[in-house]
Design a protein around this ligand. Structure first.
Ligand SMILES: [Fe+2]
Ligand SMILES: [Fe+2]
Length: 304
């Protein structure tokens, strides 16, 4: 149903080749607080007029922190959804089971990596920063949708992760912190196989689904997107509090309004639009259902 040339056998083979150990990535490493943590294409900080350069650097680092903390949080729902797909799937394909279990195992390692980063940041940044949660409630909220809706969300996230690394981080000249760059590079190496696996999973679910069920899956994926969008708005408010603590001054209402506007835009681009408009994701959605695809395009436009 979906056009692709992926298969479990070769994905599993590549996954084993690029696989890394957590200790090798983090051993003896620490963050350099004189550098930005995220490229400005994702952080959306450079154009904010009411902040000094030093304050912009603080906001950039807060955004680097929440970027990885939010990844740790959303990846938590991926593990049970993949295990459920293995359990309920009707497959005589051992390689497929191995590839999917390997996928789930890698996501648990990524969660561990991001949690390590969160602790490292909290140890060194100097002031506290809030993150939306609790993770269990967000995970339950996502998983409370049809498997197709859940896996379309994952597919969007997998392509988005790759785009962030390839287009914003890999060749950046912004002098980003080397540890954050290394974490994002290692994450991308494994995620590039996940996007393919996820395409296979969406294809499997859609092949057994009626047009009505496919429609429901796309509606669920958009519901999850709206739910995440609400979470991002809350995150911007938490970031304003974190920023005031980090720069040691109260922001005026007009200053907050300027930062809020820039940051809502940046968060939506980073976590929603950049994946929703990714050409590969776009193609899969269009092939699933043209009506659902049109609704998605309208949604992306509405939050732009
Ligand atoms: Fe991951
Ligand atoms: Fe992944």
């Amino acid at each position: 149903m979906l056009s692709h040339d992926y298969d479990y056998e070769s994905i599993l083979e590549t996954s084993h080749r690029v696989n890394w150990k957590l200790e090798e990535v983090i051993a003896g490493r620490t963050l350099d607080y004189s550098r930005p943590f995220l490229p400005d294409a994702l952080a959306g900080v450079s154009g904010i007029r009411c902040l000094s350069d030093a304050e912009k650097l603080k906001l950039n680092q807060i955004r680097g922190f929440t970027y990885l903390a939010l990844f740790a949080l959303v990846e938590e729902y991926i593990v049970p959804s993949v295990l459920d797909h293995v359990r309920t799937g009707d497959r005589g394909d051992d390689r497929g089971v191995q590839a999917l279990l390997h996928f789930a195992e890698e996501e648990t390692k990524h969660i561990e990596l991001f949690k390590w980063f969160v602790r490292e940041f909290e140890r060194g940044f100097g002031t506290p920063c809030g993150v939306i949660g609790p993770a269990a409630a967000i995970v339950a909220g996502i998983l409370d949708h049809s498997p197709l809706g859940v896996f379309l969300t994952t597919l969007q996230i997998e392509w988005m992760t790759q785009m962030h690394y390839l287009e914003s981080v890999r060749d950046t000249r912004e002098g980003l912190d080397p540890l954050v760059c290394s974490l994002l590079r290692h994450h991308w190496m494994e995620e590039s196989q996940h996007a393919k696996l996820d395409t296979l999973v969406v294809d499997e679910i859609a092949r057994d689904a009626t047009p009505l069920e496919i429609d429901k899956g796309i509606a669920d994926y958009m519901d999850i997107g709206k739910m995440l969008g609400g979470g991002l708005q809350t995150q911007v408010e938490l970031d304003l509090v974190s920023l005031e603590k980090a720069i040691g001054r109260r922001l005026s209402d007009p200053e907050k309004a300027e930062i809020r506007e820039a940051q809502i835009k940046a968060y939506r681009w980073t976590f929603l639009q950049s994946g929703m408009t990714h050409p590969k994701f776009d193609r899969s959605l269009r092939e699933l259902a043209s009506a659902g695809y049109t609704r998605d395009i309208e949604f992306v436009r509405a939050i732009a």
